[in-house]
Design a protein around this ligand. Structure first.
Ligand code: SF4
Length: 144
């Protein structure tokens, strides 16, 4: 569960709403069929935008959030989304609510959790698909 000290500002909620609308269109994904899932992630992203000035993924633990911001790995849409089209927060998913896993490496936690979930719109998204080798090298080096 995502916990916040105070509600995010209207401005940050508006900006995250625009990001979600724009990125679902661009990536050929949809938001989760359960609106509570989407709302929870949107609130977390907006809160991080208020507090950190960047939409850091709210579904992960970071030993030091400010240190994490020196990387772009978990700035939404994160590297796993832009490389593999996988959203572990379930914000950008298929119409049935499943996260797309078919582009993930076989040993990725998403493949282990959901099995192979096909991408219904393979020509859309994955703007950073050529960065998979760098991402997997980073995953071995950094815990977050
Ligand atoms: S997993 Fe990635 S794409 Fe999904 S909400 Fe977090 S940062 Fe955004």
């Amino acid at each position: 569960m995502i916990q916040m000290a105070k509600p995010p500002t209207e401005e940050s909620l508006r900006r995250i709403g625009k990001l979600v609308e724009s990125y679902t269109n661009k990536s050929g994904t949809t938001t989760h069929p359960n609106p509570e899932v989407t709302e929870s992630v949107v609130l977390g992203l907006a809160s991080n935008l208020d507090n950190l000035k960047r939409p850091l993924c709210p579904c992960r633990f970071y030993p030091d959030k400010n240190e994490e911001l020196k990387h772009r790995t978990w700035i939404c849409p994160c590297d796993d989304m832009q490389i593999y089209k996988y959203c572990h927060c379930l914000l950008f998913v298929r119409i049935d609510g499943l996260p797309i896993t078919e582009h993930l490496p076989a040993d990725h936690e998403g493949r282990q959790a959901y099995g192979e979930v096909s991408d219904p719109t393979p020509t859309q998204g994955r703007a950073l698909r050529d960065k998979a080798a760098e991402r997997e090298a980073e995953r071995k080096l950094r815990s977050s």
